[in-house]
Design a protein around this ligand. Structure first.
Ligand SMILES: [Cu+2]
Length: 128
């Protein structure tokens, strides 16, 4: 049988190395991911119309529109009504704290489709 004996200084070095490795592994895994999507908005809908992000991620949505004024009111994420204007970029940022499916409908009467219950809708799916 082979026995390996380490000097006390070597044991301390091994213990210190293990602690350092666990520290960096933990800090790397606890960093939130950053998710960014560009969403084109028209009277026919959002493209894409479903976005999936991990819970705890920092989400950045960049809305553009080629046709007319739209808006979103993502109050579930702590964001107030935000206009989406032709020719511009509307940026909304939030942290996806709760998992679930959140429905963001256009909150501006951008076309007759609102009266037909066909307004643009974007689903934000926050995975567990
Ligand atoms: Cu609209």
């Amino acid at each position: 049988m082979i026995r390996v004996f380490y000097r006390p200084s070597t044991q301390l070095l091994i213990l210190f190395s293990i602690i350092v490795i666990f520290f960096f592994a933990e800090s790397a895994s606890s960093q939130n991911s950053h998710e960014e999507f560009t969403v084109v908005t028209t009277v026919n809908g959002f493209t894409p119309d479903v976005i999936e992000v991990p819970r705890g991620s920092e989400v950045r949505l960049i809305f553009t529109t080629p046709d007319t004024e739209h808006s979103v009111t993502p109050s579930a994420f702590g964001v107030e009504k935000t206009m989406i204007l032709p020719g511009g970029k509307t940026v909304i940022e939030f942290t996806a704290k709760e998992s679930g499916t959140f429905k963001l409908g256009c909150t501006t009467l951008c076309s007759y489709r609102h009266f037909l219950f066909m307004r643009p809708v974007l689903f934000v799916v926050v995975a567990p």
